[in-house]
Design a binder for this molecule. Structure first.
Ligand code: GTP
Ligand code: MG
Length: 409
């Protein structure tokens, strides 16, 4: 437990005062300081008033934590005048409901918090539709499970104050209709967008996507590389929409050509499933790229976990086979002793694959020149080899080749 609030800095009534709860179930990504959850809460506009954690071998089926711990959370909430409890772990609908009854405050988890941030930050028509779809889908799982729970209880004690079966059935039908409508509207926007993307990929064959954990510095790097002014901030999910610009490679290796560079939504551990689904179209930008710049916050103590999480999402969207450059950002934040000896080398990955690695500071510009060289080397047109003659049909015309963007799926 830490952090308290002095009366002089009491926020206005509109600010939710949150207590963060972490349950250590012995999983490798457990965050004892609840740092990321705190950042998520702040990004969503809440104020964190206290943190509490405990260790358990397995979650309690009814309350996730033990009832003694739930009492402790309730007491802590009263002490700090908290208005909301946030769990770092995903709660089942039943656990969430039971906790709310026990603590007598709204109880939410990471999933809902991430959904809330996405809803607040979505700007484009497409982004808003995607978030709305994910939110509706999240709501249905809560309703469906609550409903099946009621079903099991029929003839029994029933649920005090719970909505009746008829009402839930009605809500479910309305949700179902909203989902259908949102999906249809989204499909229209997605179609327009893929047409735009096809036109773009026809114009300039080589496309590059920035990917990486949220807050790694993708937008800052994007701005530094293409001299744009995309929104970059010390917030999680500052970027939700994709921005694309031409990156001019004005040197010998790049042959003075330009490639297209896209900045898009960042990844996070336990990204709600509905969101990956809803944002599939946005993430498709990365899955269609010829090259991924995987931006890693070199100053983060959790950099390895974050890197692995990004790999996991890349796999999920079918982008795991796309060539990558590992870009270790925020070099300026490293202590002199932590600094790498060279700014550019190669990392030997599993199965003998060598991945180029570049250390940069998007903020100071250090390392950007070597990064441009690595990009140029990838974007350089491949010289024709004798094998390529197979692309020419006997009549001399060119056989249709798969567009570069469609990578193995
Ligand atoms: N010290 C330092 N800070 C950096 C560097 N690059 C980015 N930052 C900071 O890191 C924070 C996040 O940067 P963004 O560029 O918004 O990160 P992002 O990866 O686009 O994040 P999302 O869009 O939220 O996923 C901002 O406060 C940046 O100023 C860097 O090289 N050094
Ligand atoms: Mg960004």
């Amino acid at each position: 437990m830490s952090s308290s609030l002095s009366s002089s800095e009491l926020p206005d009534n509109a600010t939710a005062l949150a207590i963060l709860v972490g349950v250590d179930l012995g999983l490798p990504h457990y965050d004892p300081e609840l740092e990321e959850l705190g950042l998520l809460a702040e990004t969503a506009g809440m104020r964190v008033v206290a943190r509490i954690s405990c260790k358990r071998r397995a979650p309690d089926a009814a309350l996730f934590v033990g009832s003694g711990k739930a009492d402790e959370i309730k007491l802590l909430a009263q002490m700090h005048g908290a208005t909301e409890i946030l769990f770092d772990q995903s709660l089942s609908p039943a656990q969430q409901r039971n906790l709310e009854r026990h603590i007598e405050l709204p109880v939410n988890d990471r999933t809902l918090l991430i959904l809330t941030i996405f809803a607040q930050r979505a700007r484009s028509h497409e982004g808003k539709l995607q978030v709305e779809l994910a939110r509706l889908q999240y709501l249905t799982t809560r309703l469906v499970r609550r409903w099946s729970h009621l079903e099991r209880q029929s003839g029994g004690i029933g649920m005090r104050g719970g909505p009746g079966e008829k009402q839930i059935e009605l809500d479910r039908r309305m949700l179902g209709e909203s989902i259908k409508r949102t999906k249809e509207r989204l499909a229209k926007v997605v179609k327009q967008r893929s047409t735009q993307r096809r036109q773009r990929s026809r114009r300039d064959a080589f496309t590059i996507s920035l990917v990486g954990y949220t807050n790694a510095g993708k937008s800052t790097l994007f701005n530094a590389l293409v001299k744009a002014r995309a929104y970059a901030a010390d917030q999680l999910f500052a970027t939700l929409d994709t921005t694309t610009r031409q990156l001019y490679l004005g040197n010998q290796e790049g042959g003075g050509r330009s490639v297209s560079l896209s900045d898009t939504v960042g990844f996070i551990r336990d990204l709600p499933h509905g969101l990956i689904d809803a944002f599939r179209a946005t993430l498709q930008e990365a899955a269609d790229a010829d090259l991924l710049l995987h931006v890693i916050d070199a100053s983060s103590p959790a950099l390895l976990e974050q890197q692995m999480e990004v790999e996991r999402v890349l796999e999920e969207i079918g982008a795991q086979g796309i060539p990558q450059v590992l870009v270790y950002n925020k070099l300026d934040r490293l202590e002199p002793a932590q600094r790498p000896r060279v700014l550019r080398d190669e990392l030997e990955m599993a199965a003998g694959v060598r991945v180029p690695r570049v250390f940069v500071s998007a903020l100071t510009g250090e390392g950007l020149a070597p990064l441009r060289e690595v990009i140029a080397a990838h974007a350089a047109p491949v010289p024709l080899t004798s094998d390529d003659s197979s692309l020419t049909l006997p009549d001399g015309s060119l056989a249709p080749v798969e567009p570069r963007g469609s990578f193995g799926h």
